[in-house]
Design a protein around this ligand. Structure first.
Ligand code: 2BA
Length: 111
């Protein structure tokens, strides 16, 4: 078994959760925040049998859209190499589609 950890945009999370659930995947949705933008995103946990891993990843890929956001540099974490020189104008940041980790599961039980 594999555990998919997928960090997605809040706006994609409902459709993605519905798609995974209606395809028979168990999914847990957690509220999270990015360390860079410090704004909300959604982290999904999805335990899948190995033979359905690509199917689940395909659903996540198809329903996670990349976005460009303008952010106030004062509200984000310092950008490497720009310490002391924070721009005073909004900067454009590309976010997502989905940031995905796939982990091996040692053991899965429900008590
Ligand atoms: P954030 O950390 O808020 O990052 C949002 C977006 O800001 C990132 O999009 C990236 O395009 C940009 N960004 C991040 N750090 C940056 C930096 N030091 N300088 C310039 N731009 C930077 P994504 O890469 O698509 O990441 C979306 C979210 O996925 C992240 O939100 C974070 O919550 C999560 N994430 C990304 N990589 C991760 C990792 N290696 N481990 C854990 N979580 C990760």
């Amino acid at each position: 078994m594999k555990l998919i950890i997928a960090i997605v945009h809040d706006d994609d999370s409902a459709a993605l959760t519905d798609a995974l659930s209606s395809s028979g995947f168990g999914v847990t949705k957690m509220c999270s925040s990015g360390g860079f933008l410090r704004s909300g995103n959604t982290t999904l946990l999805c335990g899948v049998e190995e033979e359905r891993l690509e199917e689940a990843l395909g659903l996540i890929k198809d329903r996670s859209s990349g976005r460009k956001q303008f952010v106030d540099p004062a509200l984000i974490s310092p950008i490497a190499g720009m310490q002391g020189a924070t721009p005073s104008f909004p900067i454009e940041v590309s976010v997502g589609g989905a940031t995905v980790f796939v982990l091996e599961v040692d053991r899965f039980c429900k008590f």
